[in-house]
Each structure stands twice: as structure tokens, then as C-alpha cells.
Design a protein around this ligand. Sequence first.
Ligand code: BDR
Ligand code: CA
Length: 317
Amino acid sequence: PIPVIIDCDTGVDDALALLFAVRHPGLDLRAVTCVAGNTDVDGVVHNTLTVLEQAGAPDIPVARGAARPLIEPARSARHVHGVDGMGDLGLPAPRRGRAAVDAVTLLYREILGSPTPVTLIPTAPLTNIALLLRTHPHVTRNIERIVFMGGAVATGNATPVAEFNVWHDPEAAAVLLTAGVPITMYGLDVFTRVVVPGADVRRLRESAEPGTRLAGELLAHRPSAPDPDGDDPAGGLGDAGAVCAVADPAGLTTRLLPVEVSLAPGPTRGQTVVDRRPRPGESEIHGGAREQALVDVALDVDVDRYVKLYLETVERG
Ligand code: BDR
Ligand code: CA
């Protein structure tokens, strides 16, 4: 299996991502690190421990990371994810505590201690990853790829042009993009499209198996589109799609393109500026070429394939 580490802000769809990673036979989830985003970092740790217990994976180490972005003030997205950051589902408190070490230390140890290169899957603001890359730059030698949920080629969500994870900590995202390792950007353009039909969500909710049932409850809390085939709410996979992309990269169409994060104050801050032009334009001709990161940007996704993959995997029990 592929060794993976998820860095998350659990988060309804981060929870969907964790459930999938634990149950996919081709993935070996080595650790989970937590960062402030959808809710405060202690809430994220609590939610993450609970989800892993419900998924039958109570032994995966979970570490607490950054409580706020590098420069921006802390902000929460409770209006999207509920007061507890996870849809206010009323889940039980976790039975065990978090790892004794902080997120950067756990990431460092797990990456360099792995016999095969690790794939990192950040599904949250990139603060922990930026701190890791600046504190221990040599970890990149044992990172296979970073597949992150964040950014957008077209339309944003936090602002008209900026996606939440990048907008929350733009400087951290800029550090990630220039890390010098292969990067896949699983942005909003594909993120919003992978939706589980209502009938499948209902079947998951009726399951006797706690992890499968939890996936159904979480999907029912992410009604991202009216279901054309019935009354049950359909639910978007969200962050879990980025983990599908690691398990089954053939379901994603990507192109290697220059990407830059807008760090300027004002209406474009946090935008991922993706250069899709076929040839350089006037700015390069007159100003000289700028150094820009090349990123595998997700441009299309096989929706049916990822929905099927997700359902097969979480119903495995
Ligand atoms: C991202 O922000 C969070 O709300 C989701 O979990 C996802 O990571 C979408 O912009
Ligand atoms: Ca998230």
C-alpha cells in the first residue's frame, strides 16, 4: 500500500476523507495531523480522534498542529461545518488522547522513518505543511507527492476568486507550491463535482456498521446538490475526493501548469492564479519571465468512478 499522511481540519468532509483512507486497501494511513481551519485546532483534534475510533482505527497517531495561520488572524468556518466543526452530529467523545508530539514533529518522524516515500494529503489550510517545510527542509527527499485540496482554477468560495484552504493561510500555500516536490492541486473545480446520489447516502445511513453509518450521516450534512433522482439529499465527497485521487489517479485529469498564490492585500488575496495560456504574453515579454511553481492541476474528474470507489471502500467495513 501507498504510505499516506492526512493533514486536516476535521471538518465534515475531512472526516469523509479519513474514513476512506482507513478503509482503502491500497492506502496505509500512517498518521493524521490537525490544523486550525473549519474549527479551532483542539476541536479538530477531538473530531479526528472520534472519527478514527468510529472507523475502527483507534491506533493511528493524531497530532495537534498550528492554532492559527502564519500571518492571518485565526478565523473559523463554523457557519459551514457546525459549532463543533463537524455538522453538530453529537458524536461520542474519543476514548484516547492525541500523540505526545506536535504535528510538525510527527510529520517529520513519520516521513523520514518511512522505508518508502510518503504521499502527503493536506485537506486544510497549509500552515502545518509550511512549518514542516521550513523547519525540516530535507523531508522532501522522502515525499513522493503532495496532493492537496485547495485552490481553484475558476471560481472561489471564501471570496469570489479564493478557495477557503488557500485563503485562510495564503503565505503557507505559497510555501507549499514552491516546495520542490511533485504537487497535485485538487481544487474547487473538481471538488464540488463529486456528489453521492441520495439513494446511496440513505443506504449508508441505514447501515449497521458504525463507520459506514457515519459516512452516510456526514454526507447527509453536505447536501451540495439537489438529487435529480429522488427526495434524499445527495452529498458531496469534498476533501475525500483528494484521497480518491491518490488511490486512483487515473480518475483525475491533470495538467502541469504554472500556479502562483496571490499574496497581495485586496480582492485577489488567496487566489491561485493558474496560467493556462498556450504561450507567454506581454507581461513576460516586457517584464522578463518570473519563476513560478509547476503544479499538476486537476481539470476534470470521472465523477461516477470516484463515487463508486468511495462507496465500495467505506462499505467494506
Ligand atoms: C475546503 O474548506 C473546508 O471547508 C473543506 O473541508 C475543504 O477542505 C473547501 O474550500
Ligand atoms: Ca478540510
